[in-house]
Design a protein around this ligand. Sequence first.
Ligand code: ZN
Length: 291
Amino acid sequence: MSDLELKQNLDTPFVIKGDDKTVARITDMINQIAVSETGKQTLEIASKAGYSLGMEFAFGCNGGCSKDNKVIILNPVSQDDVLVGVLAHECRHAGQFERGEYDASDDKRPRQETLMTNIMRTRAVEADAQATAAQILGEMMEAGNPQPLMAFCRQPDNQYIGSAFNRALYNENSLNDGSARTAAFLAWYENKPVLKAYDEAYQVEMMERREKSGENKKDTYQKIQSPEKIVSDLCVNNDGSCYFKEDPQILATEKYTAVDYGTQLKLNQLMDNVPNKTKNIALMKKMSKTR
Ligand SMILES: [Zn+2]
């Protein structure tokens, strides 16, 4: 393997853990992404923050990003064309963490925000990571490398995002003015099984674990975050400007806040056992009624 093949086209290269084959595979993905300006910046935010890259088999999962360990892993079983999009997505999570986002799978974190805020925020975190991946893959396509975007769109979970993003690309300048990325962001909410899986993992399971350890006594579920705040915190270009082209209030509407009925029953039950819950259900209802 020559050094040239292992050179990352980044100002701050990643530490890549693994054998020569793994290093070569990941380096090739990095260099594909680095052709996109958004992609290069997104990767460098993660590499500068000290995230390392590696491969690890994970059942039913293409990759992951650990805030505590500063590690991004990719599933070696998935195709490289798919993993390019996954690497972009996971590096965006690293950037979110660097900007102060909490880790939604951290059951040690007291839950001070209303349930509706928790739901809106964790959903927007995922929607932003996928919309950013689509944006990066779109820029790569413009630069002559369409395969990773095609592979992304063919993933069964990405079909709504893929078609919304591709439709948006027919409008001139949509890749540069944020509108294609916004379309991808909003389409993330159309995949109901994915929404349900995230709500179960980030709300139900976290609340169950806090109930089991007794830490739910510290939870207040009182702070409300407006959709404007969630959008201005999360939907940022790498220069800090906002890419979101719709009225942020859209995220507080029924379409974007509806929770699967079975999940709702579990959440109500868990909320009943939180000592400080009283006012919060009223707040939650008030919140869900805004527009
Ligand atoms: Zn994610």
